[in-house]
Design a protein around this ligand. Structure first.
Ligand SMILES: Cc1ncc(COP(=O)(O)O)c(C=O)c1O
Length: 418
């Protein structure tokens, strides 16, 4: 079903504002963080205004109400990703903390000297650095699955590296630079066949497409609320119950214990064992409301809209002189392989200048290494790239404005004849 974007936009008041230069704000940076609908903003302020209380221990009405709302948000998240139960939904601060939790807990106990952690060349720093830190602590090694064509994973290289039996394999579902959607179900099965534990970075997939942890079969999955219409400061680690049960918590304190004596303590049940201290209650409530919003629009409809926007933008970008785009080519895009993220450069222009000139047209895009320095610098071979990214509120006219901004870049930087 086609999205009624005009009606969706009414839920995002920021999209009707103008920038300092008096231009309408065109927000093309949802891969960095999404905008928030009124329902999410209201849910958070309603909590503060009418039932602000700490959760779990309160024996009075507003604490019980806050506890119920927090748990309900976990139930909504579990259902969104088809996790069997909310026991498997741990709230963290963000994707980064979720991946670090696996590194500091599961991997800390199960990876030893000489072991290999296998990741890919297209990872965000959040799915590189925790493994490099682990490798340093343990004397283990990090290996990287190569890219085939600067856009997709080289499966032959993956197969070869799996023959060395890595203990853990971690990959992104969607690249935040290339927009490539990896076949995570297949990658997980291949890793499991060799006995590895699988971590999926779903920061760029859960907000935009149907993600089913049962069908993918991964052991852990990480994502962030702020990229899926929810508040910042709250993220999710999904983990299979049997693994979470075996794992040690990484933070100690209130809420994560069952009992404490002077000579030791025992852990609380899942998922609370991993959530020490007072929870981000408003964040959880906001995230639950964001999931309800996504469900109301339909994640399949969101995905379809984003493919349409991606195809439209790539076609216009191809027609612009001097524009280089990265990732899977327009002619090779299908329903399953490319998300609404387009990195590009304009020949002769630095991406920071591009982003500044876009800003003068009211268009918010990101420029730099996108927290994927090895990919951008060593595989794409550029110091930086500009990136536009789409969501359910992106309109064709937003992309048209971006094209006008590209033409302005060429004019301002006198690139017309280059
Ligand atoms: C693929 C990917 N992984 C991880 C992250 C990190 O997310 P956060 O900063 O919310 O932890 C991002 C953020 O851009 C991302 O795009």
């Amino acid at each position: 079903m086609a999205l009624d974007v005009e009606s969706i936009i009414k839920d995002f008041l920021i999209l009707s504002t103008t920038t300092r230069g008096g231009k309408r704000l065109v927000y093309l940076d949802s891969a960095a963080t999404s905008q928030k609908p009124e329902s999410v903003i209201n849910a958070v302020s309603d909590y503060y205004r009418t039932y602000n209380a700490n959760i779990h221990r309160g024996l009075y009405d507003i604490s019980a109400k806050a506890t119920d709302a927090y748990i309900r948000s976990k139930e909504l998240v579990a259902k969104l990703i088809n996790a069997p139960s909310y026991n498997e939904v741990i709230y963290t601060r963000n994707t980064t903390e979720s991946i670090n939790l696996v590194g500091l807990s599961w991997a800390e106990r199960n990876i030893s000297k000489g072991d290999t952690v296998l990741i890919t060349q297209m990872e965000h720093h959040s799915n590189i650095v925790p493994w490099q830190m682990l490798a340093k602590r343990k004397g283990a090694k990090v290996e990287y699955i190569k890219l085939a064509d600067q856009a997709t994973l080289n499966l032959e290289d993956y197969k070869k590296r799996l023959e060395k039996h890595p203990k853990l394999v971690a990959f992104t579902h969607v690249s935040n630079v290339l927009g490539t959607i990896n076949d995570v179900r297949k990658l997980t099965k291949m890793a499991h066949d060799t006995g590895a534990v699988v971590v999926v970075d779903a920061a760029q997939s859960v907000p935009h497409m149907q993600v089913d942890v049962k069908s993918i079969g991964c052991d852990f999955m990480a994502f962030s609320s702020h990229k899926m219409l929810g508040p910042a400061g709250i993220g999710v680690l999904y983990g299979k119950e049997e693994l979470l049960e075996q794992m040690e918590p990484i933070y100690g304190g209130g809420d994560m214990i069952r009992s404490v004596k002077f000579d030791g303590c025992t852990w609380n049940e899942l998922p609370w064992k991993f959530e020490a201290g007072t929870s981000n209650v408003e964040g959880g409530i906001g995230l639950g409301t964001a999931v309800e919003y996504i469900n109301r629009i339909g994640v399949k409809n969101i995905r379809k809209h984003e493919i349409d926007m991606t195809r439209y933008a790539l076609k216009l970008l191809e027609e612009e002189q001097g524009v280089i785009t990265y990732g899977i080519r327009r002619k090779d895009i299908d329903e399953n392989n490319r998300a609404g993220v387009i990195s590009f450069n304009i020949k002769g222009a630095h991406s920071h200048d591009v982003a500044e000139i876009f800003n003068s047209e009211g268009v918010a895009i990101r420029a730099g290494h996108h927290c994927a320095m090895p990919l951008v610098n060593e595989i794409i071979g550029e110091p930086s790239v500009a990136r536009m990214s789409f969501y359910l509120y992106t309109r064709k006219e937003d992309i048209d404005t971006a094209i006008v901004a590209i033409q302005k870049v060429r004019k301002v930087l006198r690139l017309e004849n280059k």
